[in-house]
Design a protein around this ligand. Structure first.
Ligand code: NDP
Length: 461
């Protein structure tokens, strides 16, 4: 298979979830593969995203769980939390996982370069640290994304903020934190820090967080933030940030000033294509820097592909992995297939968490007109003895014409775990009758997904 005209059959730029999967599968299929990673193997997910974030979610939940355990007969003495100690454990685990990614690639026969690769032309890359030039028959761009911050002109004092990467470098737990944004990252960290005991204020430019999700899910999360003790300020953005003797002062567009210790901006991410040299290779980018690809992850240049966050399709780890796998199977394994971006399950690790698959009620009404809605809100069994008033919310969006379940939306403990399984049914095209015919598992919260019998009728109808 190897073409002697090039150093490699495939060169992958970026050692995150998508790049590592593609490199490994291509090498296992017999290709000569090289991969360059400028920072640490594992990419955003392993090093400064999903994995360390989920550990922080687990950590932050203990405080409330310890408090609530009294209802189950436990009495606990002095409780304290040591952020530094926790972060040592977190980083040790991240190091372990990053090393596994590295090892798996090398075991598959991939040449790994701890270096930054930039295009010289469509078949040639230069490694920045070593100065080495490498040629490859096929090149995969899998460089991911990075947090976006406004410029100093747009936001005076922006140099005082941290982004989501900076969260994992905080060795001390801040007493006060102001967070900008209303997306996944902002709401997840608002709960994390509120749970750990930080006084949190979330500033969102819209009126209800999590734009794009089902409206009732958004409302539940929005209210849930307040119930968790987060001060939520809406329809506002930051005007400036000033360093003071007491910490930082954030001035909002409303004129309100907020004193804080840490300002976290979680206002979106951008593709990591700056200075990658895509222009030298002739690879077309969208206005925001995303690499433009087709359904096979092909760019406009015939020997260059891109997968994962850099393509701006769906910025989720398992999506990048599948896109990378599909590319490698198609180009090197003789098994062509495409990633299907429909019905991708997703979770937002708020407390309680959101799990969702398929489309929202509003989107379903817009697309299909007549829709049946089944929904329920209840206090889960666990909360009956511990005094926790948190409720679980579930909604099924069903197409009236053929009873196909178009969306399953849950806010509640273990929603992510429930939705992973429900996603199989939705992907298979299950109908409401299939849900009805499925025997409940008792006692569980998930059983409510198959026991909702009464169609929701709007008030006054
Ligand atoms: P999102 O795109 O989800 O959210 C960005 C937020 O910032 C939105 O609320 C947006 O408001 C707001 N915003 C954007 N620009 C500005 C601005 N100029 N001023 C003020 N507010 C602004 O981005 P995130 O950074 O939270 O996450 C990026 C992606 O990473 C997610 O979309 C998701 O795909 C992935 N991710 C997944 C996680 C998971 O699976 N659990 C966890 C974390 C991230 P508006 O709503 O008005 O546009």
């Amino acid at each position: 298979m190897t073409d002697a005209a090039y150093d490699y059959d495939l060169f992958v730029i970026g050692g995150g979830s998508g790049g590592v999967r593609a490199g490994r599968i291509a090498a296992q299929a017999g290709a000569k593969v090289g991969l360059a990673e400028e920072y640490r193997m594992g990419g955003t997910c392993v090093v400064r995203g999903c994995v360390p974030k989920k550990f922080m979610v687990y950590s932050s939940k203990y405080g409330k769980d310890i408090e609530l355990s009294a209802g189950y007969g436990w009495s606990v003495g002095d409780v304290s939390y040591d952020h530094e100690k926790f972060m040592v454990g977190l980083h040790a685990e991240v190091d372990r996982l990053s090393a596994i990614y590295d090892r798996n690639l090398k075991n598959a026969g991939v040449d790994v370069f701890d270096d930054r690769a930039e295009f010289v032309d469509k078949h040639t890359l230069r490694l920045k640290k070593s100065g080495k030039t490498i040629t490859a028959k096929k090149i995969l761009i899998a460089v991911g994304g990075r947090p976006w911050l406004p410029s100093a002109e747009e936001l005076p004092g922006v140099e005082h903020v941290i982004d989501s990467n900076g969260v994992f470098e905080l060795t001390e737990l801040p007493k006060r934190m102001v967070i900008a944004g209303g997306g996944y990252i902002a709401v997840e960290f608002a709960h994390v820090f509120a749970g750990l005991g930080t006084e949190v204020c979330l500033v969102y430019r819209g009126d209800t967080v999590l734009r794009g999700f089902d409206d009732e899910i958004r409302l539940a999360v929005h209210e849930g933030l307040k119930e968790a003790g987060v001060r939520v300020v809406t329809k506002c953005v930051f005007n400036s940030i000033e360093k003071t003797d007491a910490g930082l002062t954030v001035t909002l567009s409303s004129g309100t000033e907020i004193e804080t210790d840490v300002v976290l901006m979680a206002v979106g991410r951008r593709a990591n294509t700056d200075d990658l040299g895509c222009d030298k290779a002739g690879v077309k980018l969208a206005g925001n820097g995303d690499v433009i690809v087709d359904e096979w992850s092909r760019t406009n240049v015939e020997n260059i592909w891109a997968v994962g966050d850099v393509t701006g399709r769906v910025a989720l780890t398992p999506v990048a992995i599948r896109e990378g796998h599909a590319f490698a199977d198609t180009e090197f394994g003789g098994k062509p297939w495409k990633m299907d971006h429909a019905n991708i399950p997703t979770a937002v690790f708020t407390q309680p968490e959101v799990g969702t698959v398929g489309i929202s009620e509003a989107e379903a009404r817009k697309t299909y007109g007549e829709i049946d809605i089944y929904k329920t809100k209840f206090r889960p069994m666990k909360n009956m003895l511990n005094g926790d008033q948190t409720r679980t919310f579930m909604k099924l969006v069903v197409r009236a014409s053929d009873q196909r379940v178009l969306g399953v939306h849950v806010v509640g403990d273990d929603a992510a775990e429930m939705i992973q399984t429900a996603a199989i049914a939705v992907k298979m095209g299950a109908t409401k009758q299939h849900f009805d015919q499925t025997c409940a598992l008792h006692p569980s919260a998930a059983e409510e997904l198959v026991t909702m019998r009464t169609k929701w009728v709007p008030e006054g109808v």
